[in-house]
Design a protein around this ligand. Structure first.
Ligand SMILES: *Cc1c(COP(=O)(O)O)cnc(C)c1O
Length: 473
């Protein structure tokens, strides 16, 4: 496929500018660029075909199965897009007076309340723009909490199965990371945790269920160990698909949590679209939330407050407001029962697919939550076909590859999260396809080394792409 610049022919255009309705105004020379702008010149139909072809070559949940683990690629109901594009929401200006935006503030307030109910937390901020941004915000809160008590503790404990953003946000916050290993079951190693917990422990970052899709049954003990040395517990709730409506981070002993609205609450993601990573905190941390927090007064009108010891603003104005509209719509459409049902279906679907792929399961003897991990180690040892080869071959079969080589503690890992929105038939079809690909590793390994064959882009040289990126012509 050509780039739009390669399609360019001098003098062609796809637009007509209406004639001026006001007097022409001559801008000073100093405001004008001297060289002509390098823009492609194409006619309208060429332009439409170009972008339609591009969109046809993009793969998303609306095209097919997308079982990316630790990423919750669930189907996003279209009604969310309809509400988010209502004129009343899209035509607002962030500097408008509060009395003119009562409806939008009410929506934010209700979303805050819903997320409080779902997580069990005492206060929520909708400001952060993504999961990692939520982590950063939560860690700033933890840090300020300790500092205002005259305490310089600086250690954040992160298990080795953690999402990569956890150590990254801790470092950005100026904290020191201490890694602890997982047990063979993929759970937090209690003895290792005890060994590193001391008066310098600011907090522990955890996701439960963890990145192996396993619920850590020792969570109350873990929380006690960390709290006993004065540390706080941070819950990475990017993927709440396995627990929402069933269990609440607050009840597990967590003090801070972030949620990814663009994973769990059905906003499309991937490709860098806007996200939202609200942060919830327990009672004693409410005063540190980033401002503004939406409040409702006795007369029923909505406004903002700045929490007493707020860490300040972390995003311009109100966060990514349109994402908030989508998430609130999703919650309203499902309701309390629907949210719980979604969780149960997500867990059932993951366990069903896990069972169908049992032969390669990393944890055969244990049910999973919303996701599970296969290991291609044996296949790789026997045939030379790697997890990467299998993932690439899935593209030819019409499945988006799962997450690869994560979590790091599993050799040749392939991590699947089918989500609640897939049917039994889709799961069976996918399992058959994956099993037949693995069979081919034994009969035709060359084919897998070279997969995908049918995709728009074949196997790129990933090392070269990383080491020697060609970012311009
Ligand atoms: C996706 C994810 C994140 C990061 O979220 P972003 O919105 O991509 O910044 C953090 N933790 C976990 C467990 C995740 O799955």
């Amino acid at each position: 496929m050509k780039t739009v610049f390669e399609l360019s022919k001098e003098g062609r255009s796809a637009y007509q500018v209406p004639s001026l309705a006001v007097a022409e105004y001559k801008l000073g020379e100093e405001f004008l660029t001297q060289a002509p702008a390098e823009l492609p010149e194409v006619d309208e139909v060429t332009l439409v075909r170009h972008y339609t072809e591009l969109s046809n070559n993009a793969y998303g949940v609306d095209n097919g199965f997308y079982p990316l683990g630790s990423c919750t690629m669930k189907y996003n109901p279209k009604v969310n897009e309809i509400t988010a594009s209502l004129n009343g929401f899209t035509n607002l200006h962030p500097l408008q007076k509060k009395r003119d935006i009562q409806g939008s503030l009410e929506l934010m307030y209700r979303l805050q309340e819903s997320l409080k109910a779902i997580t069990g937390m005492a206060g929520v901020s909708l400001q952060p723009a993504a999961g990692a941004h939520g982590e950063y915000t939560g860690l700033k809160i933890i840090k300020k909490y300790h500092r205002l008590r005259g305490d310089n503790r600086n250690k954040i404990i992160v298990p080795d199965s953690a999402h990569g953003t956890n150590p990254a946000s801790s470092t950005l916050c100026g904290m020191q990371i201490v890694n602890i290993p997982s047990t063979a079951d993929g759970l937090v190693d209690i003895e290792a945790l005890k060994a590193v917990c001391d008066e310098n422990t600011a907090g522990l970052m955890l996701t439960n269920p963890n990145t192996l899709g396993i619920f850590d049954k020792n969570i109350l003990e873990i929380s006690k160990i960390v709290h006993d040395v004065g540390g706080l517990l941070y819950y990475d709730g990017a993927n709440l698909n396995a627990v929402m409506g069933v269990a609440r981070p607050a009840d597990m002993g967590f003090d801070v949590v972030h949620l990814n609205l663009h994973k769990t609450f059905a906003t499309p993601h991937g490709g860098g679209g806007p996200g939202s990573g609200p942060v919830g905190v327990c009672e004693k941390l409410v005063e540190y939330l980033p401002n503004p927090v939406v409040v409702k007064d006795k007369s029923g009108s909505y406004s903002f407050t700045e929490p007493e010891n707020s860490i300040g603003q972390v995003k311009a104005f109100y966060g990514n407001f349109n994402v908030l509209v989508k998430a609130y719509t999703y919650i309203l459409v499902l309701g309390k029962e629907g949210i719980r049902n979604g969780t149960e279906m997500a867990v059932l679907n993951a366990n069903y697919l896990k069972k169908l792929l049992e032969k390669y399961d990393y944890k055969k003897d244990q049910p999973c939550m919303h996701e599970f991990v296969l290991s291609m180690k044996k296949v790789h040892d026997e045939t030379g076909v790697s997890a990467l080869d299998v993932a690439k071959a899935m593209i030819d079969g019409g499945i988006h590859p799962p997450t690869m080589y994560f979590p790091n503690i599993v050799a040749e890992a392939l991590m699947f999260e089918p989500t609640e929105t897939e049917s039994k038939e889709t799961l069976e079809w996918a399992a058959n396809l994956i099993l037949s690909i693995i069979d081919e590793a034994y009969t035709n390994p060359e084919k897998l080394h070279n997969a995908p064959a049918k995709a728009y882009i074949e196997r790129p040289d990933e090392v070269k792409a990383a080491r020697d990126p060609k970012v311009s012509e």
